[in-house]
Design a protein around this ligand. Structure first.
Ligand code: SF4
Length: 86
């Protein structure tokens, strides 16, 4: 099963309980509209107290969708391979 921000399975991921996006999972899904994704990225960058933890999680789990203010494909920024996460 693909990890999502709505399912907390690892105690190390308890930071998710402080996420600004709680209850807004559809906007962070890869199938969200461009407008929804833009609003989701804006929420990350302006209101989330766990941005750094989320960025590390997204890279570690190879998340696809919107997380940490970025649109990701398997944990890497879409369209920016030269600045992709390693
Ligand atoms: S940085 Fe964005 S995706 Fe990550 S927990 Fe915060 S609001 Fe959610």
């Amino acid at each position: 099963m693909r990890p999502t921000l709505t399912v907390i399975v690892d105690p190390a991921d308890r930071w998710m309980s402080r996420a600004a996006c709680i209850g807004q999972a559809p906007a962070y899904d890869e199938t969200a509209t461009p407008w929804e994704q833009r609003k989701a990225r804006q929420l990350c960058l302006t209101s989330c107290p766990v941005l750094a933890e989320c960025r590390e999680w997204a890279r570690r789990t190879k998340f696809t969708g919107t997380a940490a203010g970025e649109t990701l494909l398997y944990g890497r920024r879409r369209g920016h391979p030269e600045t992709a996460a390693s």
